[in-house]
Write a protein of this length. Structure first.
Length: 274
């Protein structure tokens, strides 16, 4: 689907996540001349992309055009307070504000930008950098169907998108998919160390761990079977996999640890949101 906007797109913050989305938008045919990037320290890659395509890059909010179709907030949550006041003057009735910042609620944005502002809160994850991310979004009542569709298409440039009418789901979503890639990377890290402990040299253990985790993930993506069924398909009664799973699925094993980990992450997300 080619991206078509009724007005300018303002990207506030062009770090890893903002940059990943930007790359996806350009690949989907978004007119670079309609893009305004606000970032005081854009990366070399973003500067190069902007110069090549004709995007506007500025370190000042004073250069943000008035009445854009969408303002995408991709700055770190801890500097959001300093950024929002400079946006008030450029927001118009047709503008939707799309946040991909963790820990900042719709109520927070309404408090700073006005109760009538159309706001979408979303939480993507880092595989967005390769177009394989997953994002969950929630909109306030001010967001029109057209604005919601626009945000959906923008987020879809980074991967799958799901919507919820209940903003409260963003906290557990953050804990599962937002933080989830780190859990998977830890699995690969631990599998590598376990391989070394079992007698493999470091390079071979690392290669086996990376390819096993990524290959299993791709198999899971392509298969219509649930994860539990795929696990059972690998497991022969009394075999090597069964011996390992007896440890991983036993008392104090992987499932319980992950439940506790996700709970801790969700609770921390709620703390940050408040």
């Amino acid at each position: 689907m080619t991206l078509k906007l009724g007005g300018p797109l303002v990207l506030v913050g062009a770090g890893k996540m903002g940059g990943a989305l930007l790359t996806g938008w350009v690949e989907r045919g978004l007119d670079p001349a309609s893009v305004y990037i606000q970032d005081p320290q854009p990366s070399h890659e973003i500067t190069k992309l902007a110069k090549r395509t004709g995007m506007h890059v500025s370190g000042s909010l004073e250069d943000v055009p008035s009445g854009p179709s969408v303002i995408v907030l991709a700055v770190k949550p801890q500097i959001m307070d300093a950024v929002l006041p400079g946006l008030n003057s450029c927001i118009a009735n047709e503008t939707v504000v799309l946040s991909i910042a963790a820990g900042k609620t719709i109520e927070y944005f309404q408090r700073h930008l006005g109760a009538d502002t159309a706001i979408v809160r979303s939480i993507p994850n880092t595989p967005a950098a390769i177009g394989r991310g997953v994002t969950v979004a929630s909109a306030n009542p001010n967001v029109t169907a057209q604005q919601k569709e626009l945000c959906h298409v923008l987020l879809q440039a980074a991967g799958m998108v799901a919507w919820s009418d209940d903003e409260a789901v963003i906290d557990p979503v953050t804990a599962v998919s937002g933080s989830g890639p780190a859990y998977v990377f830890l699995l690969a890290e631990c599998l590598e160390e376990a391989g070394i402990a079992a007698g493999l040299d470091k390079d071979l253990a690392r290669m086996l761990a990376r390819e096993t985790v990524s290959g299993a993930g791709e198999l899971l993506r392509r298969s219509e079977l649930p994860a539990a069924e795929l696990r059972k398909n690998v497991t022969s009664p009394g075999g090597t996999t069964a011996a390992a799973l007896e440890i991983l699925m036993g008392e104090g094993g992987f499932e319980g640890l992950l439940i506790r980990a996700v709970k801790a992450a969700a609770e921390r997300s709620r703390e940050l949101s408040s």
